[in-house]
Design a protein around this ligand. Structure first.
Ligand code: NDP
Length: 447
């Protein structure tokens, strides 16, 4: 799997120490494989134990979250925060509420976040947090009590200059608001400790749209460079129907594409006329209902059970925007056989290692998550700047900066890929471009 002894040994040690953490090992394996040429070109890094220093999180906190449901029963969940790497700035990364959350998922996300944040060129280190709490079917009052209890422990580990969390799966504007309120109550401090805040209390315009929009800016740039084309006139499939998926759909449509399918964790809807986003927003953002509802409201649309079946829909561009490992090798084969020319990741690690390799080998434009979905955290960085300066930029100002950052991320990853001899290998390009800066800063600081 690896060519050099040093990298082989580092991975073997990592497996030994983190045996049960499949997602963390998967992310580390991909990163280590891409960093091999860089390490080979800089043999002095082995004696500095740079990979070991990079892969070990600076801090990992696990805590108990006790709350009461609407019937007055006690409930107990587990909370986490990994403060992965602060070499280039305060820890920054989202909070995820989903029953699948465990130490492995939080560590894989924190590791990826470290490189992603570096790629944005903003001064942000990497972190991630969450809980195995399932927000589905909970009342607003239960969400409030859970968020307050979660923050009652988390507050002591974070701060506007040390660690600034944001949203992720299951954590949107409502949850951020409740957590921010609790942080403020405990600390008596109004600060930019969280991003993704509401506009009335320090949030940034365009933050909600940023990950989806940024994904499309990245994809459009990659299509131009690698296939001499763009979104205009293309058929697109977007998995998921949450924050990232909705705004990826919106921007792809604005750029002239037709999005024909979207999904949730139960199944997908297909609409040959193009998905009506107002209906999706009503179902997912307002009613918090299941996507199957769409077929009851839009004539001519159909529903297929099983979320991974979405990859059987014929398309030019696929944007996986739901969750990790939602696109396997068999799915990649189906997409390529159906003529798909680009797969760019809105979700974190949605493609398995085998699927990603298949795309690159088949000259599909493959935008890896840490580059393609960095628009969300980049705009969180812009929210931090606005909070520190106590000012707010217009939507156009933020959107223009986001566009510039995404174009720059593509150019940096692409330049490294070209330098290493395979212009389609943006995975290696992004990993090395992100790692270089973190590596230099760690060495300079002796950490
Ligand atoms: P949301 O909670 O808003 O939406 C998640 C979507 O994914 C929902 O449609 C959900 O469906 C679906 N989903 C969850 N689990 C599965 C599953 N096992 N199979 C199929 N679908 C599933 O989350 P976000 O849109 O914020 O996040 C989506 C992805 O993007 C995550 O990987 C996240 O880490 C990543 N990301 C998010 C950023 C952001 O700014 N929000 C920034 C960068 C990355 P259901 O309703 O059925 O659960």
């Amino acid at each position: 799997m690896f060519k050099t002894e040093y990298v082989k040994n580092v991975y073997a040690n990592l497996v030994e120490k983190n045996k049960s953490e499949a997602e963390f090992l998967q992310a580390a394996q991909e990163i280590l494989a891409s960093l091999e040429p860089y390490i080979a070109a800089h043999p002095e890094l082995e004696s500095k134990k740079i990979l070991e220093r990079f892969l070990e999180p600076e801090r990992f906190v696990q805590f108990k979250v006790v709350w009461t449901d609407d019937k007055g029963n006690y409930q107990v969940n587990r909370g986490y925060r990994v403060q992965y790497n602060s070499a280039i700035g305060p820890y920054k990364g989202g909070i995820r509420f989903h029953p699948s959350v465990n130490a492995s998922i939080i560590k894989f996300l924190g590791l990826e976040q470290t490189l992603k944040n570096s790629l944005t060129s903003l001064p942000m280190g990497g972190g991630k947090g969450g809980s195995d709490f399932d927000p589905k079917g909970k009342s607003d009052a239960e969400i409030l009590r859970f968020c307050q209890s979660f923050m009652t422990e988390l507050y002591r580990h974070i701060g506007p200059d040390s660690d600034v969390p944001a949203g992720d799966i299951g954590v949107g504007a409502r949850e951020i608001g409740y957590m921010f309120g609790q942080y403020k109550k405990i600390t008596n401090e109004f600060s930019g400790v969280l991003t993704g805040k509401g506009l009335s209390y320090g949030g940034s315009l365009a933050r909600k749209e940023a990950t989806g929009y940024g994904l499309c800016y990245f994809t459009n740039e990659a299509l131009k460079a690698l296939k001499d084309t763009d979104f205009n006139g293309k058929t697109v499939v977007v998995s998921g129907s949450g924050n990232v998926a909705i705004y990826a759909n919106q921007k792809a449509t604005e750029l002239g594409a037709k999005v024909v399918a979207m999904s949730d964790s139960n199944g997908y809807v297909y609409d040959p006329n193009g998905i009506n986003l107002d209906v999706i927003k009503q179902i997912k953002e307002v009613e918090r209902a299941r996507i199957v509802e769409y077929t009851k409201r839009v004539p001519g649309s159909t529903y297929v059970e099983g979320s991974r079946n979405i990859w059987e829909v014929k398309c030019d561009i696929a944007l996986p925007c739901a969750t990790q490992n939602e696109l396997h090798l068999e799915d990649a084969k189906k997409l390529v056989a159906n003529g798909c020319i680009a797969v760019c990741e809105g979700a974190n690690m949605p493609s398995t290692l085998e699927a990603a390799k298949y795309f690159i080998d088949n000259k599909v434009v493959f935008g890896p998550a840490k580059a393609a979905n960095a628009g969300g955290v980049a705009t969180s960085g812009l929210e931090m700047t606005q909070n520190s300066n106590r000012l707010s930029w217009t939507f156009e100002e933020v959107d223009n900066k986001l566009h510039g950052i995404m174009v720059n991320i593509f150019k940096n990853a692409y330049a490294k890929a070209v330098e290493l001899g395979n212009k389609y290998d943006l995975v290696t390009g992004a990993n090395i471009a992100g790692f270089e800066k973190v590596c230099d800063a760690m060495i300079a600081q002796g950490i």
